[in-house]
Design a protein around this ligand. Structure first.
Ligand SMILES: Nc1ncnc2c1ncn2[C@@H]1O[C@H](COP(=O)(O)OP(=O)(O)OP(=O)(O)O)[C@@H](O)[C@H]1O
Length: 216
């Protein structure tokens, strides 16, 4: 079953084409990895997918999109503002609701952040901030994950733990990565972008690291 269908003649900025045409069906249950050199258009494609399918998708943007002056709890809670009334959201900003804290703490525990629940995001390391953005996406409980290099600031074992967690929690995902070995371990389908085109679209179990290195 198709989860998302993407059709576009051209994607870019201010009339400047970055890639396209794009015709892409993302199937339910598929973990799709986008690969390609820096600047080839991975984020452009991912952000386009998000802009067309906001209601179904949780996004982990490359810039993380966190509010540094607010706590980890509040940043994760922001993943679900639309689930609650405006009154509940404003009250929760001033006095975190015990029920919401009880929902968010187990997520933070799984990401090694339970002692940081009420720390300001500005006071965290880059890797900790990246895990806050991951927690916010998990809390959102969307049907599709869109993640732009979600483990780029984490060490190898931590990156693998977070990739596993994302894989277990999202049935369908589109993730950009630079690590081709990790792409083959976590992706079922790989798309490579080169010279403004989707030049490879193949099952991961039919690919090797050396094949994928050709796109770098
Ligand atoms: N907001 C923007 N306005 C104008 N040009 C942009 C903008 N964002 C990206 N670009 C350009 O579009 C092209 C593709 O950028 P994009 O961020 O999609 O690449 P990427 O493959 O995700 O790169 P990276 O791996 O470095 O994150 C680049 O040439 C970039 O300079």
């Amino acid at each position: 079953m198709t989860a998302l269908a993407i059709q576009s003649d051209s994607l870019g900025y201010g009339g400047q084409r970055v890639l396209g045409p794009v015709s892409l069906d993302i199937r339910t249950g598929e973990h799709l990895i986008l690969l390609g050199k820096s600047g080839c258009g991975k984020s452009t494609l991912l952000n386009h997918i998000y802009s067309e399918n906001r209601n179904e998708c949780a996004l982990i943007p490359q810039g993380l999109g966190l509010v540094g002056s607010l706590s980890v709890f509040h940043n994760v809670y922001m993943g679900c503002l639309s689930r609650h009334t405006v009154f509940h959201n404003i009250r929760n900003l001033a006095w975190p609701s015990p029920a919401r804290v009880a929902e968010i703490l187990p997520l933070l525990e799984r990401l090694g952040l339970s002692d940081k629940c009420f720390a300001a995001v500005d006071d965290l390391s880059g890797g900790q901030q990246q895990r806050v953005a991951v927690a916010r996406a998990l809390y959102q409980q969307a049907s599709v994950l869109l993640a732009d290099e979600p483990v780029s600031a984490l060490d190898g074992p931590e990156a693998d733990r977070v990739m596993s967690l994302l894989g277990q929690n999202f049935i369908t995902a589109v993730i950009t990565l630079h690590d081709v070995d990790r792409a083959l371990r976590y992706g079922q389908r790989i798309i490579a972008i080169q010279d403004g085109e989707l030049v490879l679209d193949e099952r991961a179990d039919r690919l090797t690291v050396s094949t994928l290195n050709e796109f770098y």
